[in-house]
Design a protein around this ligand. Sequence first.
Ligand SMILES: [Zn+2]
Length: 349
Amino acid sequence: MTKLSSEELLRYSRQIILPDFGEKGQEKIKKAKILIVGLGGLGTFSSLLLAEIGVGYLRIVDRDIVESTNLHRTPLFSESDLDRAKVEVAADRLKILNPSITIDTHATHLGVNNIDTLLDGIDLVIDGLDNFETRRIINQACIQKKIPFIFCGVSARSGNLSVFNLRKSSPCFSCLYHNIDDDNLESCDITGIHPALLPIVTGIQIHEVLQIILKGESSLDSVLFFIDLNNMSFDKISIYKNEACTICSKTAVSDETIISDDYKPLKICGGNNFMLVPQSSVSFDIEKIKTQLVSQFQIKKAGTHSITVILPTNDLLTIFKGGNVLIRGCETVKQALETWKNLREAYIS
Ligand SMILES: [Zn+2]
């Protein structure tokens, strides 16, 4: 039911009074279903705003756990949350902030195997990512399903934003970023991220989300918006649909390379950390795994979405409900894959 209650009319009264909002606008906001991909600095600020504003349904996706290096820029996480799955902590905080909205949590890596499920029923996708491979998967699926993709990327003291796929004539993510390879980009542990940048860029991102929900338009459609805090510049440049784009100029199949092994390893930001992503549908019963591992390993943290154990090598291994496995401390990809394979075969049934 999207009709507003008297409590909701009071709660949102300071935004309902704004031009373009009104009760009808607030009802549209309540009815909206938004997917937020990634719960780093970007995704935590944007989900916080969306919950405050009263978006009725937030689906949050993240494959990772809370680490101490996140805490300088993530408003939803505290020190007591270290080693818990980010989606679990975020959902707890957002439900306290606004108990009337629905939070749908997915502690998983977004890939070609689950993108259709994650987009099911969604009106808009919010970018909280730090890599181009996942953005390309989202972009392609959003084109096929006609869902706007609110892109946002940050590095050090600068960020850029755009709204892709709003109209058929709008450019898509790949029109602009077709030739950028993640391997050639410096990660956040090299470049750093200025925490003050995040509320600025996500504030603009969520402003555009509201423009789309309330009016079906965006100032960032066919525009790339640059913010650079080094010289306090805010610039807009026009961007155009690339007629040679192999993604939006025709319906193309995914070009993601699927490896034949059970798990695809990804090196992630922050040293010798590897995320092992299942290449088929996998889910784990964390409670059951806890009972299987507790006599063999020291349990560092266990929740409903993930469990982290300390290995004899002092490496940390986290198993997520959605199938991902994070190994922290391994020297090589091969070592990470072998560690997980051996542990799984010996202890997990
Ligand atoms: Zn395109």
